[in-house]
Design a binder for this molecule. Structure first.
Ligand SMILES: Nc1ncnc2c1ncn2[C@@H]1O[C@H](COP(=O)(O)OP(=O)(O)OP(=O)(O)O)[C@@H](O)[C@H]1O
Ligand SMILES: [Mg+2]
Length: 231
C-alpha cells in the first residue's frame, strides 16, 4: 500500500502541493484527475524522489523519506513520466530488456506479454527506438517500466496525444495490469478512460485532494466535476 499524508512539495520557493492525503491499496487502480497545473505530475515526481517534499510517504509500511529514485524503483514502484524517454539508439527489444531488474528471476512479465499487448512493438522489435512514432515510443516506455515487475505503477498521462486506436490499446494495457494485481496511480485527462478502468478517483485542485470516491460517485457529483475538472 502507498500512503500519502499531509504531503507538501514544490520547487524552491514555489509550493505546489499543500497537504495531500490519499492511499493506493494493493491491486487498486486509482485515477488522479485535475486541471492543468493542479499538481498531479508534481505528486508523481515527489513520490519518486525527484522533487523535495515534507510530510508522510510510506510504501508497504516503509518511509520513503530520503530515498533515491533508483531505490524507490527497486522497492517496486514503476514510473512512466509525461516525457516519453526511450534509449534512441537501442532497438525496441533492447529497450525492453533494459527494463528488467537483475534480481528479479521470476518476473511476472515476459517480452511475449509486451508483444501481445502491443503487436506494433513486435513488428518493430529490431528497429532503433529513436525512429518510432511518438505513440510507439509511449507504448515502449509503458512496457519497459512493466518489465521491471513493479507492484505499483505511476503513469502520467499515457494517452496524451495518441490516436483513438492507440488509446484503446493503452486501455487494454491498464486492464492487463489490473488482471495481474498491479496497483496503478493513473494521471489522466480523459475522463472516460479514467472512469472506465479505475476503482477509485482522486481529484486534485490547487495542490490538494478535493474529492476521493468511486467513479460512480464522481459521475453523480456534477458540482465537483464543474468546479475542479471541466474547463
Ligand atoms: N520544474 C518546475 N519548476 C517550477 N515550477 C514547476 C515545475 N514543474 C511544474 N511547476 C509548476 O507546478 C505547478 C503544478 O504543475 P504540475 O506539472 O504538477 O501540474 P499537472 O497537474 O501535472 O498539470 P499538467 O501536466 O496538465 O501541466 C504548475 O504551476 C507548474 O507551473
Ligand atoms: Mg502533468
Amino acid at each position: 500500500m502507498l500512503e500519502i499524508k499531509n504531503f507538501y512539495a514544490g520547487y524552491g520557493q514555489s509550493q505546489v502541493l499543500h497537504g495531500v492525503t490519499g492511499v493506493v491499496q494493493p491491486g487498486e487502480i486509482v485515477a488522479l484527475l485535475g486541471r492543468n497545473g493542479s499538481g498531479r505530475s508534481t505528486l508523481a515526481k515527489a513520490i519518486m524522489g525527484l522533487v523535495d517534499w515534507q510530510g508522510t510517504l510510506r510504501w508497504q509500511g516503509q518511509s520513503l523519506q530520503g530515498k533515491q529514485t533508483c531505490d524507490i524503483a527497486y522497492l517496486g514502484i514503476g514510473y512512466v513520466p509525461e516525457s516519453r524517454d526511450v534509449f534512441p539508439t537501442l532497438t525496441v527489444e533492447q529497450n525492453l530488456l533494459l527494463g528488467q531488474k537483475s534480481h528479479h528471476k521470476n518476473s511476472r512479465w515476459t517480452l511475449q506479454d509486451m508483444y501481445q499487448m502491443f503487436p506494433r512493438l513486435h513488428e518493430r522489435q529490431h528497429t532503433a527506438a529513436g525512429v518510432l512514432s511518438g505513440g510507439e515510443q509511449q507504448m515502449l516506455t509503458l512496457c519497459r517500466t512493466l518489465m521491471g515487475d513493479p507492484e505499483l505503477m505511476l503513469i502520467d498521462e499515457p494517452t496524451e496525444g495518441l490516436a483513438p486506436k492507440l488509446v484503446e490499446l493503452v486501455g487494454g494495457y491498464l486492464q492487463a495490469l489490473k488482471a495481474r494485481g498491479i496497483a496503478v496511480l493513473l494521471i489522466e485527462q480523459k475522463l472516460t478512460i479514467a472512469l472506465t478502468v479505475s476503482d477509485r478517483v482522486l481529484v486534485m485542485g490547487r495542490g490538494s485532494i478535493v474529492f476521493d470516491g468511486t467513479p460512480a460517485q464522481l459521475r453523480a457529483n456534477p458540482s465537483v466535476r464543474q468546479e475542479w475538472l471541466e474547463v
